[in-house]
Ligand binder design. Structure first.
Ligand code: CTP
Length: 414
């Protein structure tokens, strides 16, 4: 057992919910590894899981009774589902079948495992395992995406020969990999007591009540930063431009539409923040006048022109602003299409932020709407080039840098 895992998991409270797939046998090894790493483990099994492996096995390994039934009076009085949900520092669903992913995505609570999940505020880690076609089904992929957008961690599935005879994706990750994912999901709690403001998404600049000038930002990167900051213990304010994304659990969300509204929301809450992360794609210009009524084609003519005026630059305003407490660590983003490094270094200097996260939005797997990003982190000490990572991973790397900058920011007390 790597000491890293023992250090990270020692004394941590993990609920492992086992759903009904052939990979349920791997849950036994996972429970054993967690216990060996010093974690306290409680096991929940679905009805179907018990067809594959007995509660007795998992009871012996976890050294605690296994919970199987919400309506069993004795179980409910000794290990009530709410107590279990509150007790957990991490909820792991391993294996997670297509069925339980669907039920989790829809917030169902039709058995003990999903009831605990619905009541649980701890991070959720799912280890999917199913037939390759079930895995590739758009419904499963959508369900997983829903869970990830809500902050769930995933591990696997792996690719190879499946118990059903097919070869492909769907094999549950090995217990040691799931254990490592538990460590990542529990993560550092290095932002407890800190406050982080994240501005995310596009801004819409109205032309008239129907039309606007906007951009392609979806808000995914900013929402990932907000999720990661909550997970690491921060109090998070999320100022969101128009986006279809769900609010990560535990964030205070302020919805805005235009750059001017975003500026006002950010400035109103800037004081007292440990860090401000400007992931938002703020429109640089807005129509000079906003028509109260829908503009009509007949009046506009064949080739109408829209007069624009500049929007406030929110990020550039932040370093020079007066702070009652301390100047927050300021993180800016740069969406570039060419000469990324040079422009990023220059943009960081121009905007006066501590860290600038730059990406080439034309590169495959980076930029608007993707779940991954390849970024450069530009700080005072130089440029760090990160590999292609998920936006959740990028978020954590950014917060690692924010944490490293905290002592310095603390010195700038007004
Ligand atoms: N930003 C901002 N207010 C604006 C424009 C940008 O706060 N009016 C912030 C963004 O949130 C981002 C950073 O500034 O953190 C850089 O945004 P970007 O659009 O890349 O740069 P611009 O300053 O708009 O410069 P250009 O479009 O010329 O690259």
């Amino acid at each position: 057992m790597a000491t890293d895992e023992t250090d990270a998991l020692s004394g941590r409270r993990i609920v492992i919910a086992v759903s009904g797939g052939i990979a349920a046998y791997k849950a036994a090894e996972l429970v054993r590894l967690c216990i060996k790493a010093g974690a306290e483990v409680r096991v929940v099994m679905t009805k179907a899981a018990q067809k594959f492996i007995t509660p007795l096995t998992l009871q012996a390994l976890s050294q605690h009774p296994v919970a199987t039934d919400t309506f069993d009076l004795q179980q409910e009085s000794t290990i009530g589902h709410i107590e279990l949900a509150d007790w957990a520092e991490l909820l792991v669903i391993a294996p997670a079948t297509g069925d339980i992913l669907a039920r989790l995505a829809h917030g169902m609570a039709d058995d003990l495992a999903t009831t605990v999940a619905l009541a649980c505020r701890a991070p959720l880690l799912v280890a999917p395992a199913m037939n390759v076609n079930m895995w590739n089904h758009p419904a499963t992929q959508k369900n997983l995406q829903t869970l990830v957008e809500r902050g769930a961690h995933t591990v696997g599935p792996g690719t190879g020969e499946l118990a059903c005879g097919w070869v492909g994706s769907g094999r549950m990750s090995e217990p040691a990999e799931v254990l490592a994912a538990c460590v990542r999901a529990l993560g550092p709690r290095d932002l407890v007591g800190q406050t982080v403001l994240v501005a995310a998404g596009p801004t819409y600049e109205a032309i008239d009540p129907v039309r606007f000038v906007g951009n392609r930002s979806t808000g995914k990167m900013g929402f990932a930063v907000a999720r990661a900051a909550v997970r690491r213990g921060a109090r998070v304010v999320l100022v969101a431009g128009p986006t279809a994304l769900q609010t990560p659990a535990g964030c205070e969300r302020i919805d805005v539409e235009s750059a001017a509204q975003m500026r006002d929301a950010v400035m109103a809450r800037a004081d007292g923040q440990t860090a401000i992360v400007m992931t938002a794609a703020v429109a640089d210009y807005r129509p000079k006048t906003v028509a109260k009524k829908k503009l009509k084609k007949e009046k506009l003519g064949a080739a109408p022109t829209i007069d624009l005026e500049p929007n406030p630059d929110i990020l550039a305003e932040l370093p020079g602003r007066a702070y009652k407490f301390r100047r927050p660590v300021l993180v800016g983003f740069a969406a570039e299409t060419d000469d990324v490094e040079k422009r990023a270094v220059e943009k960081r200097r121009k905007k006066g932020c501590d860290l600038l996260v730059a990406n080439d939005v034309t590169e495959a797997g980076s930029g608007f709407g993707t779940d991954t990003n390849r970024v450069l982190l530009v700080g005072a000490e130089g440029v760090e080039r990160l590999p292609l990572l998920t936006k959740d991973q990028v978020a954590d790397r950014i917060l690692d840098r924010v944490v490293a900058l905290l002592p310095k920011a603390g010195l700038k007390l007004a």
